[in-house]
Design a protein around this ligand. Sequence first.
Ligand SMILES: [Zn+2]
Length: 142
Amino acid sequence: MAEFRLNEITKEQILIVESRLKRPKDFKNQEVIEKVSFKENCPFCFGNEEQTPPEVYRIGDPWEVRVVENKFPILDSNGDITGYHYVVIETTNHSKNLHEMNEDEMYKVIKSFVKVSEELYTKEEVKYVQIFKNYKKRPVLL
Ligand SMILES: [Zn+2]
């Protein structure tokens, strides 16, 4: 279940979702993330589509970009604070970074952001859509 809490120091509201602790680590500890072309048990690899939660959007057949429900959503339809949380699989080579994509690949990623956002905004309960990308581990400030 999600809940908003107030950071008394910064006076910012933060969203706390305890179920997110169950998800696998987003990032490996090493600075350089291993680039692989295929892993048998990786839900984002081409050919492993059945390992992801349901697909909500795709470009191409076979797919070039897929948007799927997040297995460990920040928000879902339960609780007082509800929402949708999707994952965009940007290319069939998900080791590729945005800056390594060609113009066509970048166009399709941005098109998927637009199309899925437009679809979400047709839902009466959706007031705001946030698009973000996890990229490398944040440094811990002590
Ligand atoms: Zn993979």
